[in-house]
Every structure is written in C-alpha cells, then in structure tokens.
Design a protein around this ligand. Structure first.
Ligand SMILES: Cc1cc2nc3c(=O)[nH]c(=O)nc-3n(C[C@H](O)[C@H](O)[C@H](O)COP(=O)(O)O)c2cc1C
Length: 422
C-alpha cells in the first residue's frame, strides 16, 4: 500500500496519508503558558511539509503538573483565540491536527516547585539523577475524578478551538502510563491491582472525553507496547488494554514504548540494549493490529520511506515520526516527489545513558527552536552544547514558571478570600 493512500477512521474522518508527525513537546509557550508566535511558525513548517496527521506536543491539562517549563496549558477558554490560531495554522496544509493531552504524574522536575501526585508514593528511579524529580504522593479518589474531568474539559476546548481531534497520552511513563504500570501503581483500591483496575483511569478518561465531543471529532490514545522494565507493563498488558478500548469510540491507537526510567522510545532498553528493529516497536504493533478493531499507528525509529512501506505492509495503518520531521519537516512532501533526503541525527553514544537520553532530546529541541525562528535545522549541532544550552534555557523557564505560579496564587487571592467569606 502506498504511504500516500488516505485512511478513513472509525468515526468517518479521513487522514489524507499514512504519515504522522508524532508529538514533540516544544516548550515554546508564551508568558501566560498559551500558544506563542514561535509555535505558529513551527507548525506552519509541518503544515507545509505534507504529513497527513499532525499531533501537537503534549498540552497540560493542569498547570500544577508540567512535563517541563514552557509547556502549553489548556484548562479554560481564556486563551481560546490563540488556540484557534494554532489549529488554523497547523491545518492549513489539509492535515488532521490532534492536540495531545497529558498529565505527567511523578515525571515532574523537582525544580518546578510543585507538589507531585502519582498513583502511589513511588519515586522515579534514575540512579544518581533521581533527585531531579520530586517524591510523589498518592492521588485521592476525588483527585482522580477531577483529573478525568480535566481531560474531558481540555478535549472540549480543543474541539472549540478547531483541532480535529485529541490524543490522550497514556505512554512514556506519564500519569496514565504510571497507573497502567504494576511498578508505579501499588494501589489496592479499584484503580490498582489487576490490569482491569490499572487501566480504569485510561478507560474512564476515554469515555469522559468521548461523551463530551461530537462523533466526527477524533479521539486517539498513545500507549506503550511495553515499558521495557522487569515486572512492568508488558506486551500482553498492552494487548489487553487495546481490547478494553474496543467499542469506546477510539479512532486510532499509537504505539510507542518506554519511560524516563527506560527510554525505549529512543531505541534503548533499560539494560542499554539497542532495540533490534529500525521501527523499534513494529513487532508489537503488528501483533496488536491483528486484534485491534481501530487502526494502529507505530512511532519510534522511523526515518526512511522503505521503513514506512514495511510498516504498512505489516498491517499497521500509519507510521509516526518525530525526530525525522524535526530534521526535515518537509520529508513527506519530498518522498511524494520521489526524493529521499537524509533525515536522521548522528547517534549519541555516551556511557551515561540518562545524560545521553537528555542530549537526544536537547538536540531534537534545538532543531525545533531553529524551525520556530524560520531557520534551517542543524542536525550536526554538538550534543554537549545542545544539552548545556538546553539546561540553561530550562532553568530560566523553570524560574519564570515558578514566578507565574506564585502570581496565580496572588491573583486568585481576592477570589479565594471571597469564597472563604461566603
Ligand atoms: C524533543 C522531543 C519531545 C517529545 N515530546 C513528546 C510529547 O510531548 N508527547 C509524546 O507522546 N511523545 C513525545 N516525544 C516522543 C516522540 O513522539 C516519539 O515517540 C519518539 O521520539 C520516537 O520517535 P522518533 O524515533 O521518530 O523520534 C518527544 C520526543 C522528542 C525527541
């Protein structure tokens, strides 16, 4: 099948081709944590680049829980016009544009200064770097219910802003993925234990979102094919979760893998092994696509047209790409016209896997920064320099975020006082 054949989703929406720009957190929000002009320029590049589906970088459903400073937050309609502009820009080339919604749970940097919540009081284990992340406390039942409502509200707002769908992020060790993991989720109530309980938060979130958006609006889930940790969420669990999603109105499941503890999405298992396939999760995706009633997409390691063709030949409906489209945002367009430019980054072979993983992110983010400033990507940037520059920027953004949060408290104080008085 040609990568340029359209795909009709279960809800009748059409994706013009089989190539997706996978979610990449941009960290380019403006001072009020809304979409910025830089973000518009970046998404114009992808809109012009020819991908059939554009997933935004993760948008936070709760300002207190950020995957990183400089992230976009969507909690209410106060910035809806800016979100409208974002959707319009990203859709200008005819792609489906879905907003990815996320809550990081325990994967929140300690320097953001927020109380951290998770399914259980299990902190991230990053060896000597563990202190970079806060010790979480378990969520209460009321907080879990409020979280589901936040996802549903953000999806409703995304629809109002003109996005054509949302993706619920349940992969990469963030909160929904923590609930799915037997290592991070030690709860003994209805939200923990058997897979059915660990998946309850995801299932209830999908149901709540579906109930609030029109049928033609797409709802997708990003799921780990496995966590790549001993005793963690495994391939059989992933298959079980996909079965639970059947019949809930999910239009596409994207399969990835790993977490901050085991960055399989970068092609690395916990033991440092490199995943064998060029499309890291294709074997899992093929097995899941055989039983799933909704289309499946696989993301991770895809850089070449031949790999996309292999993915489609294996019965997987779409191929997602992140890194390649940071290096060459016009890659789908190039492929369509018969060109096959290189779209990879030099590998970072540092011994310290945590630092290497951070450097990979920093080098990709450097490309996004350049695109957002209207410049050409620079794949040969020094990883050490990109990491250092990224750390400086992150520290500055973290300070700005802490100030913003402190300002929120002050700004809301009269309101709070009024509520208390009532
Ligand atoms: C800079 C950067 C930011 C990312 N941000 C997100 C994100 O917000 N949400 C998400 O689901 N995945 C995110 N990812 C993971 C990608 O979507 C993708 O799963 C991963 O990079 C593997 O695909 P690739 O080999 O094509 O890059 C990010 C990856 C990079 C490099």
């Amino acid at each position: 099948m040609s990568p340029f054949q359209s795909l009709t989703l279960p809800n009748g929406a059409v994706v013009p081709n089989r190539i997706a720009k996978a979610a990449m957190e941009e960290n380019m929000a403006d001072a009020g944590h809304g979409p910025s002009d830089r973000l518009m320029r970046l998404y114009q590049a992808w809109a012009d680049g020819g991908a059939g589906l554009i997933l935004t970088g993760n948008v936070m459903v709760d300002r207190r829980a950020m995957t990183g400073p400089g992230g976009v937050v969507l909690e209410d309609a106060s910035r809806l016009d800016d979100f409208r502009r974002w959707a319009k820009t990203a859709r200008s080339g005819g792609a489906q544009v879905w907003m990815q919604l996320n809550h990081p749970g325990r994967q929140v940097q300690a320097n953001l200064g927020q109380e951290t919540v998770a399914p259980s009081a299990v902190a991230l284990d990053l060896g000597p770097h563990s202190k970079l992340f806060a010790q979480p406390r378990p969520m209460t039942e009321a907080e879990i219910e409020a979280l589901i409502a936040r996802f549903a509200e953000a999806a409703t707002l995304a629809e109002a802003a003109g996005f054509t769908g949302v993706q619920i992020h349940a992969a990469h060790g963030y909160l929904l993925s923590q609930f799915l993991s037997p290592l991070a989720n030690r709860r003994t109530d209805r939200w923990g234990g058997a897979l059915e309980n660990r998946a309850r938060l995801l299932v209830e979130t999908v149901k709540a979102v579906r109930a609030r958006v029109p049928p033609g609006f797409c709802v997708s889930v990003k799921l780990n094919s496995a966590d790549f940790q001993r005793g963690g969420f495994d391939a059989a669990d992933a298959l079980g979760v996909v079965r639970m999603l059947d019949g809930l109105g999910v239009d596409l499941v994207e399969l990835s893998g790993g977490s901050y503890e085991a960055p399989a999405m970068q092609g690395q298992a916990r033991d440092g092994r490199t995943l064998a396939r060029e499309a890291y999760f294709l074997d899992f995706a093929r097995d899941i696509a055989r039983v799933a009633t909704m289309p499946v997409m696989v993301t991770g390691g895809v850089r070449r047209l031949a790999v996309v063709e292999q993915i489609l030949a294996d019965g997987v409906a779409m191929a997602g790409m992140a890194t390649a489209l940071a290096v060459r945002p016009d890659l789908p367009k190039a492929w369509r016209t018969g060109r096959q430019p290189a779209a990879d980054l030099p590998p970072i072979l540092w011994k310290n896997k945590t630092l290497a993983s951070l450097a990979v992110m920093a080098v990709v983010k450097h490309q996004l920064e350049r695109l957002a400033r209207g410049r050409a990507p620079q794949p040969r940037v020094s990883p050490a320099w990109a990491l250092l520059a990224g750390q400086v920027k992150t520290a500055r953004a973290a300070k700005r975020y802490r100030r913003w949060m402190a300002g929120q408290v002050t700004a809301n104080e009269p309101l709070r006082a009024a509520i208390v008085a009532v």
